[in-house]
Every structure is written in C-alpha cells, then in structure tokens.
Design a protein around this ligand. Sequence first.
Ligand SMILES: Cc1ncc(C[n+]2csc(CCOP(=O)(O)OP(=O)(O)O)c2C)c(N)n1
Ligand code: SF4
Ligand SMILES: [Mg+2]
Length: 276
Amino acid sequence: MTAAEPITEQEGRTIYRRPLLLSNPTTYCPGCGHGIVHRLLAEVLEELDLGAKTILVGSVGCSVFAYDFLALDSVESPHGRAAAVATGVKRYRPDKVVLTYQGDGDLAAIGTAEIVHAAARGERFTVIFVNNGIYGMTGGQMAPTTLAGQKTTSSPRGRDVQSQGYPLPVTEMLSLLPGVQYAARASVCDPGHVGKAKQAIKRAFEIQLEGKGFSIVEVLSTCPVGWGLTPSESMERLRDTVMTAYPVGTFVDRPRGIAPKLPQPGSPNRSITEGF
Ligand SMILES: Cc1ncc(C[n+]2csc(CCOP(=O)(O)OP(=O)(O)O)c2C)c(N)n1
Ligand code: SF4
Ligand SMILES: [Mg+2]
C-alpha cells in the first residue's frame, strides 16, 4: 500500500487521488508479463475514471496477489471459477464495472466450463486473459495453450499432439458465440504491441460501459522461469514463435460490425506448433 492516506475531496476539488497501480514490491519474476498487464489495466481504468466503481475478480495463478498491486475492490475466486464469481457480482451490482484477471491454466484448463458458459450467456463483464502458455505458479506444467512441441515439466519431450492434443485457441472459439461482443488478442512483446494491448483493454471496458455484453482480451505474455529462458530470450520467443502460432488482432467487435471469421485452412492458428 502507499504510505499516504488518500485525501480525495476538499471543497469539491480532487487534490489527491491514489494511483491504481500500487508501489508494493512485486512478486513477479524478472521479465514476467503480468506486471505490464497490471500497468495497462491501471492506466485504462484511470483514463476512463473507473477506479472507484470497478470490482476485480482475482483467480489462482501467479497473479493471485493482483489485489496487492491494483487499488481496486477485489474478490478472490477459487481456481477456474472467476467467470462464475464475476457473473454473480455483476448481476448483483450491474452499476459496477467488473473484470476477471485469469491465467491460461485458470481460464483454459480448470475453468473452461465457467468461461464458455459465461460467454454463451453474454454476461456483461470483461475478461483479461493472460496467456503465457504454461502453469507458471506451480512449476511450469503444460497448459491447454502450450504449443505443440513445447517442453514443460509435464511434457519434458515436448507436447505431443497425438497423445496430449492440440493447443486451444480459446479467444477465437469464444468469438463465435453471439453473447461475445468483443474478443481480441494482444501481446506484450514490444512497446508497439503493448500500446495495442492497451487499446484493446480500453475497448473491452467501453463495451461493458455500453452494457453490450461479454468482452475478452487475451494478452500473450511471458514466463521466463517456466520457459527456461532469460527475460530477453522470452520476449524473442513471444514475438517469433508464440505470436506466429497465436495471431494477434480483433476477432469480433459486434458494435463496430466486425463479425467473427472461422479459421481458414492453412491459417496460422490451424497449426499451432513449435519445433523441438
Ligand atoms: C482446485 C485447484 N487445483 C489446482 C491448483 C494448483 N494450481 C495453482 S495455480 C495453477 C495453474 C496456474 O496457471 P495459470 O493460470 O496459467 O497462471 P500463471 O501462474 O501461469 O500466471 C494450478 C494448477 C489449485 N490451486 N487449486
Ligand atoms: S513463474 Fe512465470 S508467470 Fe509466474 S511470476 Fe514467474 S515469470 Fe511470471
Ligand atoms: Mg499461465
């Protein structure tokens, strides 16, 4: 927490506003993308002046302590259940802005049912989905998003699609559901892409403010520890390998007339693969 107590109003004038991004010591490893995504989230909510009316639904994973870094009212959910908890929070307090912050293990493995049905119901909250292709918190096991051929602690010879299946392009899949008003994938691989990630996060909250329906931004991120790489090698892998397999862009923005497209034969996300 910041040391100073916030003094928000004096004679109707704001003289101090506590920043949404707190200065607590980070629990993230060097080169981890979670901190970048936290900053973008704080910037967007500050620019939209939503800090006081936003409720963060946390999840289980390395970002479990997100409430220590973001000065938002927060609810912690059991592993995978953030979309179910957010459904209850948003339905009870439709006046609030509600978001879930989930890793790929949380959202795309144990939480698959919750996210699919919340999207199908068109629940009016926003999902920030941080995909680093691995279970970072528990020691780098394979996730549904792990690339074909990628080595993890539970796939030491590389993910074998014949026995372990193909990676799950969750955001494209969800974009096909009519309740999903906005679905986009972004990346934190370099400053240009970080800027685009911020635009996507902002658009997702605008959709919620307009009361339109479910919105999701997947942010491709790094896990240097789980990947066995240095921070700079991780950014290179993110740009050169992960983003080839998981293309960034807007998959659906129904209010703006961007309709979802089915993956075409030969398109990158038809062959999400990485060599040994
Ligand atoms: C019910 C339950 N099952 C399993 C776990 C162990 N667990 C904690 S975090 C996690 C995966 C986290 O991976 P991800 O969501 O991708 O987050 P990351 O740490 O990579 O950001 C697992 C399996 C748990 N805490 N609760
Ligand atoms: S283990 Fe991976 S996801 Fe977790 S804090 Fe470290 S780099 Fe980030
Ligand atoms: Mg992960």
